[in-house]
Design a binder for this molecule. Structure first.
Ligand SMILES: [Zn+2]
Length: 306
């Protein structure tokens, strides 16, 4: 079985990235794994702090261990937006493959200090550390910011050298949530290029990179939802980042939520007498799988890489 260390090198060498899919329950994780199986893809299965609380650590670990065994794929359990050393330590002790320490809201110096501490602990346990520099606008679970601050390439170099982090999440114009652009849609590939020049051996990560498929938004709005004006990152930008740049991991959370919720809402409207959630959930698993296949094959290009 190929390891995470293998992909850390191979993705950028061969022009693809891994999808990092957030899960919050059994239906999500099943749908994601079905999609990865059908496309022969490796993937990160991500758990945010909010999802960690929601599911409880033991359930997270049990579900992950089960799908690892069932699907026999290179799947990596990842902590998304760990906010403290304690949270990262907890995830590492539970057997996570990778943790993100998000010190992006701290000062540069404080972020370095915190990240370094997590790196020291994680590397002792052979766990990969993702750090973040720059601020993404938007809302996602417990993460919230009003304005984005682009990653400064020079500071990124200093940060990586001082912390020893394995991968770095950069802010180049993507944002969290379902309402990504108020004005013009712009990804700063110029900044990305500068970063890559200065830290050529550091795999990079894109957060806030859901595409917000409009067909899901329409279904939700036609069936009692109110998501007017939801918009995401055009997929062509993500493919460019995955294939021509050093983006190694692209996070997807919002799109999974939309796939799930649109399926549930539609089913409930069309079947008002049904009160067995399994029927709707089964369809939602299939919809998530479909979405994951599309992402892996058409956007991230990580299909047939196991
Ligand atoms: Zn994020």
């Amino acid at each position: 079985m190929k390891t995470l260390k293998f992909y850390l090198k191979d993705c950028n060498k061969n022009g693809y990235c891994l999808g990092a899919y957030n899960f919050i329950n059994m239906e999500y994780i099943k749908g994601i794994c079905e999609g990865c199986k059908a496309s022969n893809s490796p993937a990160f299965l991500s758990v945010s702090e909010g999802a960690f609380d929601y599911m409880d650590a033991n359930f997270v670990k049990a579900m992950f261990d089960t799908v690892k065994k069932e699907y026999k794929l290179p799947l990596f359990l990842h902590l998304d937006h760990g906010k403290s050393f304690e949270m990262c330590k907890k995830a590492i002790n539970y057997g996570f493959d990778s943790v993100m320490i998000d010190g992006s809201s701290l000062s540069f110096e404080e972020n370095i200090k915190l990240t370094k501490k997590v790196v020291e602990y994680a590397h002792k346990h052979d766990v990969v550390v993702e750090a973040e520099l720059g601020v993404l606008a938007g809302v996602e679970d417990t993460v919230k910011a009003d304005k984005s601050i682009y990653t400064d390439p020079q500071k990124a170099k200093e940060f990586v050298e001082k912390t020893g982090c394995d991968t770095l999440a950069v802010a180049i114009g993507t944002s969290h949530g379902a309402y990504k652009f108020k004005g013009e849609q712009k990804i700063r590939f110029d900044i990305l290029k500068e970063i890559e020049k200065l830290i050529p051996n550091t795999p990079l990560v894109l957060h806030g990179a859901s595409s917000v498929p409009q067909e899901y938004v329409e279904i939700i709005n036609q069936n009692g939802g109110e998501l007017q004006g939801a918009v995401g990152i055009p997929e062509k930008f993500l493919t460019k980042a995955a294939t021509n740049h050093h983006i190694f991991k692209i996070n997807t959370d919002t799109d999974l939520r939309l796939a799930y919720m649109s399926t549930l809402r539609k089913h409930m409207t069309e079947n008002p007498k049904n009160f067995d959630i399994r029927k709707a959930n089964k369809l939602a698993i299939e919809e998530i799988a479909k979405l994951v296949i599309k992402k892996n094959t058409k956007v991230f290009k990580c299909n047939d890489r196991i």
